[in-house]
Design a protein around this ligand. Structure first.
Ligand SMILES: *Cc1c(COP(=O)(O)O)cnc(C)c1O
Length: 224
């Protein structure tokens, strides 16, 4: 086990002061690692792969709040709709409609974040401003989802200025739509931005929720 409990405690103390939520990103990591942080009081965990999330949720304590942070395919929504706490990466109307449909089947309102495209990289997912406007308009008529905020991923770069500019843009967009989010979700709006390498910049730029994996659990080994 390679869980960095020292880093965890430091992060938690810092986040208490800034009122930031920590989602511990446990993708590819074993259940023992999740339990190690659970014992320290951590309840929010993030996963990227549907099957892995379903297996972990079945095996681990029921009061864990599971965040789906990966790219979600519409045909897999049904597996997580019964229990998922928050879906971070909603980037199309098709996906949002499917979440609404599956949530209705389990008599739930599923909380969602809209993923905004902020990086200069083609490989990243997310909505541009006109797609955002379109999706927000339809979202008001979907009764089994609730849009609780926005999520974004900055460019993968060592240049802090680029990251800062991208996060600052997302924060502005969030400010602009905050009242709408508050009204539609009847909850405190969430801005999900920041990971192991850039979370300090994200918090400076107004993030309310940070997704941290490797800093807590060590580097991921996809090969095994
Ligand atoms: C994997 C992942 C993270 C965590 O990344 P680290 O750099 O390990 O902290 C955060 N957000 C998303 C969307 C991810 O896929």
């Amino acid at each position: 086990m390679s869980v960095n409990t020292v880093a965890y405690k430091e992060i938690i103390d810092q986040f208490l002061l800034t009122d930031t939520t920590l989602v511990a990103v446990s993708k590819t990591k074993p259940n023992e690692d999740i339990l190690a942080l659970y014992e320290l009081g951590q309840r929010d965990f993030g996963e990227n792969y549907v099957q892995e999330l379903v297996d972990k949720a079945a095996a681990l304590p029921k009061d864990i709040r599971w965040h789906f942070i990966g790219h979600l395919q519409s045909n897999k929504v049904k597996y997580i709709a019964p229990f998922v706490h928050l879906i971070h990466g909603v980037d199309s109307l098709k996906l949002l409609r499917e979440i609404n449909k599956q949530a209705a089947k389990c008599n739930r309102v599923v909380p969602c974040l809209l993923q905004i495209y902020i990086a200069k990289e083609e490989s990243k997912f997310g909505l541009d401003e006109s797609e955002l406007a379109e999706i927000m308009e339809e979202a008001t008529s979907l009764t089994n989802i609730s849009i609780q905020g926005f999520m974004g991923m900055a460019s993968f770069t060592d240049n802090p200025e680029i990251i800062q500019t991208e996060f600052s843009y997302l924060h502005l967009l969030f400010q602009k739509h905050k009242a709408w989010i508050e009204t539609n979700s009847s909850s405190t709006p969430i801005l999900s931005m920041g990971m192991s390498g850039d979370y300090s910049i994200a918090i400076e730029q107004g993030s309310t929720l940070v997704r941290i994996g490797s800093l807590l659990f060590g580097a991921r080994n996809y090969a095994k």
